[in-house]
Design a binder for this molecule. Structure first.
Ligand code: HEC
Ligand code: HEC
Length: 509
């Protein structure tokens, strides 16, 4: 773009200088310009290796499964077995030559359907290691044209922003939608030469304010979260009730309609099981049908060139003699999520130590519950003890997740106008804060990289128009107060050094 400086009037010139000065002092993580005030110290550096650790104490069989699962979550998908070969040396994962069960030749997979969001679990789940969240550079631009794909990247994806998935709030006839709309199709790809399916008109949906966005959540420690008993969650609901009520905090569980247990995964706690999440992700994100979701999301002729269901136990003699290879990919994704370790916090600085205490005093901890215990003991002298999870390494563990796993009314600033089970249009699960120190994007739509903005956006008064909410819509005036309002007010009344301590604590997680 050509700038004509000569045409600038003096006030405009000063304003431009002010903008330049602001850019110069604004740190990468702190988009908001608060030179004197408390400031997000930014993400901690990534570890050197992309390979995450397993939970300590897995037995040799479980370790073999975990190693195989690393390869499966890194598979690059195509529509046929040989059409998406990853060139050697470009794997995002250490190919583990020491692992006899995992020859690199079997890393590629197939079964991609007509519509998809990405072609690898770790496209979206990779920051700071395999299994994490959205990376610094948005992979949507590479995925769109891989293998000759003719996709146009919608305007809500930006190169340095998070990978955003889109849901439509309503159908054309005005009834509720809320489902994920796949960004891409296989049209133009070398592995789907007969496909003519085009992408939906995303820009029209954006103009109609019918879009809401979600970014990837981390997969670390999900086996531990899965192992927390409903009774422990209910006991936490019934703790500190007077204090919670005085601050306006309620919250409820999103329950599974069929069996009544507490659902806990996803931004709205919409999924009760990591296994179901894995099957659904394979079907929705990558367009691959499987045992759990046997029908492809699009059966467009010419575009659907795979078996349906595709990802089921592999039985071809000669190719799949190894029990680890017989296991379908969706089951191996579950294994990964069950066995991968929780995020590890940094050693607390004095400021972070103080911040931990203030996080409780201010009341953040009333939603972001510091920890739960998994049942059972991991007593090696009583290995036959059958209490708690089947996996011994998951028994008797402290889960420092910083969440009550409940959904709360958060008001218009966060509302996305999508309803999932018991979670309403402005209700979200308290995001587990473990791993926050190495996350790049915050809140369900990834609207900010700044912790301070993430905290301030918890605040919303009844009747607010939603402010800068990327999903703001004409229905926003129907939302009530955010349940977090009083806690945010208490946070804001603290001194700047106290707020800084809280931010330092958050970045230690
Ligand atoms: C295109 C990006 C993308 C790809 C590819 C992707 N995911 Fe995700 N993942 C997401 C988003 C977005 C969410 C949040 C979904 C929500 O709650 O609406 C998510 C959430 C999850 C969760 C819930 C985590 C939690 O803490 O509650 C699991 C489990 C998961 N993904 C597993 C997988 C698996 C397994 C794969 C590979 C089959 C996969 N994902 C591929 C974007 C992706
Ligand atoms: C009423 C319950 C509640 C209270 C109180 C609360 N939070 Fe949250 N918090 C949530 C919910 C729900 C979300 C998810 C919102 C979303 O993504 O739309 C969230 C998200 C966050 C996030 C973003 C995490 C991420 O990875 O995207 C941070 C950071 C956070 N909270 C910090 C705090 C701090 C600090 C306080 C205290 C000042 C606090 N929260 C008080 C419920 C609460």
């Amino acid at each position: 773009m050509k700038t004509s400086w000569g045409a600038l009037t003096l006030p405009k010139y000063i304003a431009a200088l002010a903008v330049l000065a602001m850019i110069a002092v604004t740190p990468v993580a702190g988009q908001a310009n608060r030179p004197q005030g408390a400031r997000d110290p930014g993400p901690r550096p990534n570890p050197r290796s992309l390979i995450p650790n397993p939970i300590p104490g897995l037995n040799p069989n479980e370790m073999a499964l975990f190693n195989e699962s690393l390869l499966r979550i890194s598979e690059l998908e195509g529509t046929c077995d040989t059409c998406a070969q990853q060139p050697e040396g470009t794997l995002p994962v250490d190919p583990r030559p020491d692992n006899p069960f995992s020859p690199t030749s079997l890393v590629n997979s197939a079964g991609m359907g007509p519509t998809f969001n990405a072609d690898q679990c770790v496209t979206c789940h990779i920051q700071p290691t395999l299994g994490g969240g959205s990376p610094r550079v948005n992979p949507a631009f590479e995925v769109a044209t891989r293998q000759g794909g003719l996709n146009i990247v919608p305007s809500f994806e930006t190169r340095t922003g998070p990978f955003r998935e889109v849901r439509y709030k309503f159908h054309d006839d005005g009834t509720r939608d809320g489902g994920v709309v796949s960004l891409f199709t296989v049209r133009g790809r070398r592995d789907a030469p007969d496909c003519n399916l085009r992408q939906p008109d995303f820009e029209a949906a954006v103009r109609a304010k019918n879009t809401s966005f979600r970014i990837p959540l981390s997969l670390f420690g999900l086996g531990l979260i899965e192992s927390i008993q409903d009774s422990a969650l209910l006991a936490n609901l019934n703790a500190n009730t007077a204090l919670k009520r005085s601050l306006g905090i309620n919250g409820k569980f999103n329950r599974v309609p069929n069996n009544g247990t507490i659902s806990r995964f996803g931004w709205k706690a919409q999924n009760a099981s990591i296994n179901i999440f894995a099957g659904e992700a394979y079907n929705v994100e990558m367009g691959i049908s499987n045992d759990l979701f046997p029908i492809s999301r699009s059966e467009e002729p010419g575009c659907n060139v795979s078996y349906e269901p595709f990802d089921v136990p592999r039985t071809k003699p000669g190719l799949y003699e190894n029990p680890l290879k017989i296991m379908p990919a969706w089951l191996m994704f579950t294994v990964f999520m069950r066995f991968v370790d929780a995020p590890q916090p940094a050693i607390l600085t004095p400021s972070a130590q103080w911040g931990k205490q203030l996080f409780s005093e201010v009341g953040c901890v009333l939603c972001h519950t510091a920890s739960f215990q998994t049942p059972g003991t991991a007593n090696p002298r009583r290995p036959s003890e059958e209490i708690g999870p089947q996996v011994v390494a998951l028994r008797g563990k402290t889960v420092n997740l910083y969440s009550d796993l409940m959904v709360h009314n958060m008001g218009a600033t966060l509302a996305d106008n999508v309803v999932q089970g018991d979670a309403g249009a402005d209700e979200f699960r308290t995001t587990p804060l473990w791993g926050l120190g190495q996350r790049l994007f915050f809140l369900h739509d990834g609207r900010t990289t700044d912790l301070m903005t993430a905290i301030q956006d918890h605040f919303s008064l009844a009747g607010s128009d939603g402010g800068d909410n990327p999903s703001a819509d004409r229905f926003s005036r129907t939302y009530g107060d955010s349940e977090a309002n009083e806690v945010v007010r208490r946070f804001n009344r603290r001194t700047e050094p106290e707020k800084q301590a809280i931010l330092d604590f958050l970045r230690s997680l």
